[in-house]
Design a protein around this ligand. Structure first.
Ligand code: PLP
Ligand code: 3DJ
Length: 464
């Protein structure tokens, strides 16, 4: 029996969660026609939870009626001064950490900077930072800015050579765990910090964190993770994996809204060598409003906060965390996610426009596909059209994002395909010049969305 997406949606125990979100309209998003958009862009900005709108409105009323008293006495039990308490338990569960190890504050890049101030403490013998060559630019820029802050102890050559980029093997799209581990063994005691995106923003690769963290510790360095594309997407187990520190944003899979308040994790007891950027929000909660000149840091991650968090940019996150808990947590979402993305993968890889993936496990299949296309009598210019998938084929090594490389590279085909899909009501996300990312998010995407998206992709290629 062929897989029936309508039946799959009907039988989906999580089908109710879609109704908890406001779905963008085709007509408002560059598309023709009526109805909801097929939104596959949760890897960039998650949708608005309906209850998020409700609590924003409630909070506007509290502001209007109580003003400053809203910080302390609150009709809905969300006093603003303790707004982080509404999200810390849910965040800690999502990242596999203790509440004392997690903070809800600031923005992702600023939090990365704070973590590096405290935990990148180079010496003339151990000063290097290891990072993926293809890391998100903000991580890349942020990390590059740190060695120069230590010019009193590092030579100009050391600063120049402090960043060690990790690249996939020639012709491959993903970093292999064994290559990362052997690189760490090679540079060994020169490494101060290893910083990796748990789910790679461009390829969607979900790294095998534990062996990399273990090797990092064996060589005596700290291990940090960027969870921007992982939190709410895949189960994250920071304590079990042995991660020292991590940071995330909440506007993607946690639907916190554009620029919503971010967070970080610091393993209990991690040594900061006395280096911490302090602020009043890191001060003992009980005495914070005494305005004493003595800084008394909250034990654990909370002690590294700077400012009182923007309350309105925390509210939709409260709503999403409630939905995730009601759904049974991230493991339940992940189970649906694997089925949904697996189905999407099967649809895409059976397309006549599919040209394989470059990772070694699929090389054979790739060659078969290319041979098939060649023998199918397509003219040469048609054969060069199509897409490859940059995301790993192994479900354990990816989340819900599938990244498509549109061929021929540099032809402008990706823009044309993307635009044709938008006009027909399917929105993914484009990384020019050639990559399109499509993410079926289990909280609000259906199996029929995957089917429609695959059909529209096919149609867009036909129209090139
Ligand atoms: C991996 C990664 N790092 C950093 C950022 C930048 O985050 P922000 O602008 O919230 O600091 C993003 C997304 O924008 C991201 O995906
Ligand atoms: N934060 C964003 C924004 O304000 C506008 C557009 C995109 C973003 C993103 O978050 C990009 C995202 N981190 C990415 O993986 O591309």
């Amino acid at each position: 029996m062929p897989f029936d997406p309508i039946e799959a949606d009907k039988n989906d125990p999580l089908s109710w969660t879609r109704d908890e979100f406001e779905l963008p309209l085709r007509a408002e998003s560059g598309g023709h026609g009526e109805g909801d958009l097929i939104y596959l862009c949760g890897n960039s900005l998650g949708l608005l939870p309906k209850r998020g709108r409700q609590i924003v409105n409630e909070e506007l009323d509290v502001w209007s009626k109580r003003a400053v008293y809203g910080h302390f006495a609150h009709p809905h039990d969300r006093p603003w001064k303790d707004i982080d308490q509404c999200v810390l338990p849910g965040l800690a569960r999502l990242v596999g950490a203790k509440e004392s190890e997690v903070a809800h504050t600031s923005t992702l890049t600023s939090n990365i900077h704070s973590l590096f101030i405290s935990f990148y403490r180079p010496t003339p013998k151990r000063w290097k930072i290891v990072i993926e060559k293809g890391a998100f630019p903000s991580d890349w820029y942020a990390i590059h800015s740190h060695p120069a802050l230590h010019s009193a102890i590092l030579s100009p050559e050391q600063i120049e050579n402090a960043i060690v980029p990790l690249s996939p093997r020639p012709g491959e799209d993903h970093l292999r765990t064994e290559d990362i581990v052997s690189k760490l063994a090679e540079i060994g005691d020169e490494v101060a910090v290893v910083w990796i995106g748990c789910v790679q923003y461009y390829t969607g690769q979900f790294f095998e964190v534990e062996p990399i963290a273990r090797k990092t510790h064996e060589i005596g360095a700290y291990f940090g993770l960027d969870l921007a594309h992982a939190i709410g997407n895949v189960p994250v187990k920071l304590n079990d994996w042995g991660v020292d520190f991590a940071a995330w944003c909440t506007y993607k899979y946690l639907c916190g809204g554009p620029g919503s308040v971010a967070g970080y994790y610091i393993k209990d007891g991690l040594d900061d060598g006395g280096r911490r950027l302090a602020g009043w929000w890191g001060h003992n909660r009980q005495t914070r409003f005494h305005m004493s000149p003595e800084f008394d840091p909250i034990p654990g991650a909370g002690g590294y906060q700077h400012s009182n968090p923007p309350v309105f940019s925390s509210l939709p996150l409260i709503a999403t965390l409630e939905i995730i808990d009601k759904a049974g947590g991230i493991d339940v979402l992940r189970e649906k996610s694997e089925r949904l993305t697996g189905y999407f993968w099967d649809l895409l890889t059976s397309s006549k426009w599919y040209r394989g993936i470059a990772s070694p496990d699929r090389q054979e299949r790739h060659e078969q596909q290319v041979a098939q296309a060649t023998s199918s009598g397509l003219p040469a210019d048609e054969r060069s059209k199509g897409f490859k998938i940059l995301t790993p084929s192994d479900p354990a090594q990816r989340g819900c994002q599938l990244s498509l490389l549109v061929l021929p590279q540099g032809s402008g085909n990706m823009d044309k395909v993307f635009q044709a899909m938008v006009e027909r009501g399917v929105v993914g996300d484009e990384r020019r010049p050639d990559v399109m990312r499509l993410s079926a998010v289990p909280l609000y995407n259906r199996f029929v969305d995957a089917k429609r998206a695959a059909e529209e992709l096919e149609r867009a290629f036909e129209g090139l």
